[in-house]
Ligand binder design. Structure first.
Ligand code: GCB
Length: 596
């Protein structure tokens, strides 16, 4: 699943723009074959974007079911004879794709890319029609799970249904990421895998190239001045680099790994992958990056912004990274699903460390009496999709130096016995695909007891003292946090990362002494938590929930969304952002001083 990049052998056509769109209220579009001719009665819809917040129609925002997108594009005749891939950054959550009325590909899972070889479906030197049916329904087998609730009572009209989700973010849908046409040589590079290491000035890169069998492969590693620092022949091997530059926050040095395939007399294909040399090791109390203890300072994020919903937007992305640097943060977790590939590329360049999460969120009821890991809820079908999303995520992101850990789920009901065999299978799949990177899972505090913690290298804890429990009692935060940390440290003797803590605050609401929802309460709750974290030597990081206010489904605890952002949804700082900036900038200055 190589990210589309141009080279002398590869050409990319970005199909972003304004497409034609319609909702399929009766669910007849696929059976009535709407894709066979141009869609009628459409409205304009930007791609990439969620479709939900674009119109003034509540029926579009809250739509459940199939929607249709359509666009037209020209394919030049000089692409004839090449392999032309149609590649979607994502389609949330299910998609069926048609080119000129013929099915090209189907895909399930709303946060990862998929591609189809459409060479045989295109009209070269002519206009082509692309139709895609996208469906946003989640059920217990999907990742993330959900449930379509149908009502049959006096309080609801006939056939009334609601998409229930057990996660805390709005179920945005549509074409959230770029759609590309990608012309590559018919015989060339299919995939590149790298694993890197760094120790005391010595760097290495293990590589494996998949390409057409008869090709000869050459590789070269270029520094930032385009000078070759190592080269080799063959489809796999190790490059060693003396006086190497390591990749790490503050010094995100990226080499270019250029792979070429040749047949006698010709270079058929060239792909250049940015790579960073770095090593990771986990002990019982430390997370070592390039041999040095690394402390995660940062946030849990969302892909979420005004109007665009979950749609990829370069403006929002660059602003967010600027704000992370402004805070002195060095990391974030891609809560609760894989983010756009452009975000991962940018994190490599910007030196921000990422905990990369699969979309396994909402596998709980927050009620230990109601089983989750059971037939017809999270069962074998869910497991198969969960494993598939782990495989797809690792295939997509394994080459990124910014990705230092895989998060295999957020807040699953891991106090249930049945969660153990389930997670044993998920963990096995992750370890087989990537034996190098550590794995984690974010634990919810329903019960401290966790049946699966022993399977993981780092334990992430989401904790909301004096918010969801003992609401308003800030004086309890530090004591309760210390108790919990002490339990986890003694019980598992593994590094602990506090992956969520925080409080909702409405920007501009002030109260002293602090009360819930004021900016002061958010600061004081964070301050008290940090006291506890500073006192526990198993803690390897703090990631506040959340970077910015974000959209959720409606409910009595959500005031136009979740307000735990330290920035507003429009990316303006609340008091908590200034407070954390002071702490994190000081930590960064100390690290910089220690290095010098
Ligand atoms: C959590 C979830 C996160 C929620 C957050 C909250 O534990 O992991 O998705 O948004 O709590 O604010 O309730």
């Amino acid at each position: 699943m190589l990210y589309p990049r141009e080279s002398h052998s590869r050409e990319v056509k970005d199909l972003s723009g304004i497409w034609r769109f319609k909702t399929d209220h009766e669910g007849r579009g696929l059976t009535d074959k709407w894709f066979m001719k141009a869609l009628t009665d459409t409205m304009p819809m930007p791609v990439p974007a969620s479709y939900n917040d674009i119109t003034q129609d509540i029926g579009v925002r809250d739509f459940i079911g199939d929607v249709f997108y359509e666009t037209s594009f020209h394919v030049s005749s000089h692409w004839q004879g090449k392999k032309v891939l149609l590649r979607f950054g994502s389609a949330t959550h299910k998609a069926v794709v048609f080119v000129n009325g013929r099915e090209a590909v189907r895909h399930q899972g709303g946060f990862l890319p998929f591609a189809a070889d459409v060479s045989g479906l295109l009209e070269y030197g002519n206009d082509n029609r692309l139709t895609i049916c996208v469906n946003n329904i989640l059920d217990w087998s999907s990742i993330p799970p959900g449930e379509l609730k149908k009502f049959n009572d006096d309080a609801h009209p006939g056939d009334y249904q609601v998409q229930e989700t057990y996660f805390d973010f709005f179920n945005y849908a549509g074409l959230h990421r770029k759609v590309w046409l990608y012309a590559v040589p018919s015989k060339g590079i299919d995939d590149i895998r790298v694993e890197t290491g760094y120790e005391n000035g010595l760097g290495w890169l293990d590589y494996q190239i998949s390409s057409s069998a008869e090709s000869r492969v050459t590789v070269v590693l270029l520094d930032t001045d385009h000078r070759p620092v190592a080269e080799a022949n063959g489809a796999s091997g190790r490059l060693s680099i003396v006086d190497a530059e390591a990749w790490e926050p503050g010094h995100p040095y990226l080499y270019r790994f250029r792979v070429s395939t040749h047949t006698p007399g010709a270079t058929d294909d060239v792909y250049t992958l940015p790579v960073g040399l770095r090593s990771i090791k986990v002990t019982s109390k430390q997370f070592l990056l390039n041999g040095k203890a690394f402390y995660f300072r940062g946030v849990g994020k969302h892909e979420d912004s005004d109007i665009r919903g979950r749609g990829y937007d370069a403006v929002t992305m660059v602003k967010d990274f600027n704000l992370l640097h402004w805070l002195g943060a060095n990391s974030f977790r891609t809560a609760h699903y894989p983010y756009a590939e452009e975000v991962m590329n940018f994190a490599d360049e910007q030196g921000i460390v990422i905990i990369d999460e699969v979309p396994a969120v909402g596998m709980h009821f927050f009620n230990p009496d109601q089983a989750v890991f059971t037939t017809n809820r999270v069962d074998d079908k869910t497991l198969a999709n969960h494993i598939q999303s782990v495989k797809d995520l690792i295939a997509r992101d394994r080459n990124h130096p910014c990705v230092v850990m895989w998060s295999l789920a957020n807040e699953a009901a891991t106090y249930e016995d049945a969660s153990l065999p389930y997670f044993e299978s998920v963990v096995r799949a992750a370890r087989e695909l990537d034996p190098q990177r550590p794995i984690t899972l974010a634990h919810a505090p329903v019960k401290e007891e966790c049946k699966v913690a022993h399977l993981f290298d780092v334990l992430c804890l989401n904790r909301y003292y004096s918010w969801y429990s003992d609401s308003g009692h800030l004086e309890l935060v530090e004591m309760q946090a210390l108790k919990s940390l002490d339990y986890w440290a003694k019980r598992w003797n593994k590094p602990l990362l506090i992956s969520e803590f925080g409080a909702d605050s409405i920007a501009g609401l002030h109260a002293d002494p602090p009360v819930m929802f004021s900016e002061e309460y958010q600061v004081e709750l964070i301050r008290a938590m940090l006291k506890a974290l500073d006192a526990c030597d198993h803690v390897i990081g703090e990631q506040v929930w959340n970077f910015a206010d974000f959209a959720t489904k409606q409910g009595i605890t959500r005031i136009i969304g979740n307000r735990k952002g330290i920035f507003t949804r429009q990316r303006q700082p609340k008091m908590a952002a200034h407070f954390l900036r002071q702490r994190w900038q000081a930590m960064q200055d100390k690290e910089d001083g220690d290095e010098r």
